[in-house]
Design a protein around this ligand. Structure first.
Ligand SMILES: [Zn+2]
Length: 408
């Protein structure tokens, strides 16, 4: 297999999680009577451009089932994040009724609705029908397409180029990152601004967040690699912000190569931090697997001890990262009785691979439980605040990443 950015032959494995079903393939009771498909889950690193990427495998297109869609508006903290972003951009870029904002992967309109509310023209690009429909109901025009160079050329031919292009948590999920980036270039007005947000590879490595690896997540990105991909498409990274979202993300600001805005010190600072974290040293990547294995072993050991003590252990949050962790560890309902999740679309279904049932938190008698494993560790404090009052006084919370922690 060759690198998806620079076409160098990939010889090094960053992480091998064996085989796993797609992380969003939640199962109905009927599905449990059928065979379940597992795909290899192996991540390679390119030793030339340092793009960390999933290994290609057969039938990758089967992964994207249209049945299940994540609605961004279900998370109140994410909605607040989007609102703050819209206010900041409107002010800094002086957006008005003559501007155009394009969002790639506009989901249910969680972000663009803020621009609509202030009379700034927008266009969402979103291939998933259910979420696109929800955005349209908020008065947001949506093109139900996948984004790339061809689509941008069609838009440009109609005179549609953007003052601001936003892409939140889409960049890591596109299979052809070069085509996507050339699309950003074509869709951007002269003097326009691109912002993309993605989980920062530096934090993934630093905090051993191996559970953020799943099939739909094609690329694991550093600023240096993104700068390189941007440059190859005729774009330049001129600013960057470090965000706390998703365990540590970057918001990268791009412009045309020849834009007069100078590159900010923040760019140099993050690039230096990446070098200090060993991101240009092959050894850093080759030493990651044992850290993931330790997390897996510690969790499994804990669960087996609790089972022998007849403790009641459940989990909170049927998130993709939970599926990666539970499936890599081979955890089944004998070790974790059930998972609860606020998303109705997941309730009364089963986790892929582990077949652990998913319940509505309102149906749970919390006072009977001994341990609650918080699978989406990035919202652990939110979950604790929500559940503490309902649990018995000696019940404990568990998080597995970056290391096993049992706390009250
Ligand atoms: Zn490469």
């Amino acid at each position: 297999m060759k690198c998806r950015h620079c076409a160098t032959e990939l010889t090094y494995t960053f992480l091998d999680l064996g085989f796993a079903p797609p992380s969003n393939a939640y199962l109905s009771e009927e599905d449990l009577l059928k065979p379940e498909k597992y795909y290899p889950l192996k991540i390679k690193v390119c030793d030339k451009c340092w793009l960390v990427q999933t290994e290609d495998y057969a039938q990758a297109d089967e992964l994207f089932s249209p049945e299940y869609a994540y609605f961004s508006s279900t998370s109140s903290s994410w909605l607040a994040h989007a609102k703050r972003y819209a206010e900041k951009m409107t002010k800094e870029l002086r957006l008005d009724a003559q501007s155009l904002v394009i969002e790639v992967a506009s989901n249910d309109g969680y972000l663009l609705k803020n621009f609509v509310a202030t009379g700034i023209p927008c266009l969402g690009i979103e291939p998933t029908h259910s979420t696109a429909g929800a955005a349209e109901q908020l008065g947001i025009p949506v093109m139900r397409e996948f984004f790339g160079e061809t689509l941008s050329q069609q838009l440009a031919a109609k005179g549609l180029q953007a003052d601001l292009i936003a892409g939140n948590n889409v960049y890591a999920h596109v299979p052809d990152i070069n085509d996507f980036t050339r699309g950003l270039k074509v869709a951007l007005k002269p003097g326009g601004t691109i912002t993309i947000e993605f989980p920062h590879l530096m934090r993934l490595i630093e905090q051993a967040q191996f559970d953020t690896v799943y099939h739909e997540h094609f690329s694991y990105l550093s600023l240096q690699t993104v700068s390189r991909i941007f440059a190859a498409a005729g774009l330049r990274v001129w600013n960057v912000e470090e965000l706390l979202t998703h365990g540590g993300s970057l918001r990268v600001y791009g412009c045309h190569q020849d834009d007069p805005r100078s590159t900010q010190a923040a760019v140099t600072n993050v690039l230096q931090a990446e070098i200090q974290h060993g991101l240009q040293d092959l050894d850093t990547y080759l030493k990651f697997q044992p850290r993931a294995d330790k997390i897996k072993d510690d969790l499994l050991n804990f669960l087996i001890i609790q089972k022998r003590l007849r403790k009641k252990v459940v989990a909170y949050g049927a998130a993709a990262k939970g599926n990666t962790l539970l499936n890599y560890a081979g955890v089944k309902p004998d070790l974790v009785e059930f998972v609860c999740d606020l998303a109705e679309a997941k309730q009364n279904k089963f986790m892929p691979g582990s077949h652990i049932p998913i319940y509505d938190p309102k149906q749970i008698n919390w006072s009977e439980l001994d341990f609650v494993i918080i699978l989406p560790w990035n919202i652990a404090s939110e979950v604790k605040a929500q559940l503490s009052a309902q649990l018995k006084p000696d019940a404990l919370f568990v998080t597995a990443v970056p290391e096993l922690k049992v706390t009250s």
